[in-house]
Design a protein around this ligand. Structure first.
Ligand code: PXL
Length: 287
């Protein structure tokens, strides 16, 4: 019997500075006793969120040959986890990873935008291709902006009534995945929270958190990584959501207290030990 930690194939970019994508996914999942096999889709000197001219090397032609290598090695992955993708070809490679590792938990973080706006690299064509990837996923983790993009609806800045939030979750799951988690939603009835839905159980969940008047890049990557780590360690969906929300709330508050440059990301290094024990679990409730 092969006794080893759970193994994740992580297809994301590597941004050197600014604490996002593989720079946070690798340490977080390792701290949660999960092995990460990183397939970088591009290497960037930093994230693209306001740090000036970024050096970028696209690695689209690396992804499929790397997957073939893992196939030759007959490697098993318990999870395939995709994030920021720069071109339709990269999405095709992610789809081939899904068909190579059919039994893996397929997690798609459909990174496309934030604060009501798509990122510069996201045109309508890419949004359509991302929807194809979402179709093949078991779990998706869009923020509110990405949820509206996937649903083809204009962004609405007003707080969501509970019923609207539930129908958005249900419609995201009608696109294909069994589970959807919408991050950073503001509810009329309950402030800032993360919302989840499991289509097979028809259960809706929410985890609330304190709002800080600041926005850091990479928080979606950090949230989805803790969520994946929790699920691979046996957490239920609401418990994994509570674990991820608790860790993000703790690290965001700590970072805000140091008044660092928000573009430098969340200072999770001091708190990462919390992921090795029982974590910073929040309360979860039914939505
Ligand atoms: O965290 C999302 C993300 C991933 N990768 C790159 C980014 C961003 C967000 O700005 O710029 C390169």
């Amino acid at each position: 019997m092969e006794n080893r930690p759970a193994r994740v194939l992580a297809i994301h970019d590597l941004s050197g500075f600014g604490r996002c994508s593989l720079s946070v996914i690798l340490p977080i999942l390792s701290a949660m006793r999960v092995q990460v096999c990183a397939v970088p889709t591009a290497v960037l000197s930093s994230h693209t969120g306001g740090l000036g001219d970024v050096e970028i090397r696209d690695l689209t032609d690396f992804i499929t040959p790397a997957l073939r290598h893992y196939e030759r090695l007959a490697l098993d992955f318990e999870c395939v986890y995709t994030g920021f993708l720069g071109s339709p070809d990269q999405i095709v490679s992610c789809l081939s990873a899904f068909s190579l590792w059919k039994k893996a938990l397929k997690v798609v973080d459909p990174v496309m935008g934030d604060h009501g706006k798509p990122y510069r690299t996201m045109d309508a064509g890419m949004v359509g291709r991302m929807a194809e990837l979402v179709k093949g996923a078991d779990l998706i983790t869009p923020n509110l902006t990405e949820s509206y993009l996937l649903l083809g609806k204009p962004y609405d800045f007003s707080p969501l009534p509970r019923g609207t939030a539930k129908s958005m979750l249900a419609r995201l799951c009608e696109m294909g995945p069994r589970c959807a988690v919408i991050t950073g939603a503001t509810l009329v009835e309950g402030g800032l929270c993360n919302l989840g839905y499991d289509r097979e159980r028809n259960s809706y969940w929410m985890v609330s958190c304190d709002y800080m008047p600041v926005s850091y890049p990479g928080t979606g990557d950090m949230f989805a990584s803790v969520l994946v780590g929790g699920l691979l360690s046996g957490d239920s969906l609401p418990i994994a959501m509570a674990r991820a929300t608790g860790f993000l709330e703790r690290t965001i508050k700590d970072t805000f207290s140091y008044s660092s440059d928000p573009r430098y990301g969340v200072q999770f290094e001091r708190d990462i030990g919390a992921l090795m024990g029982h974590g910073v679990l929040k309360e979860f409730t039914l939505l």
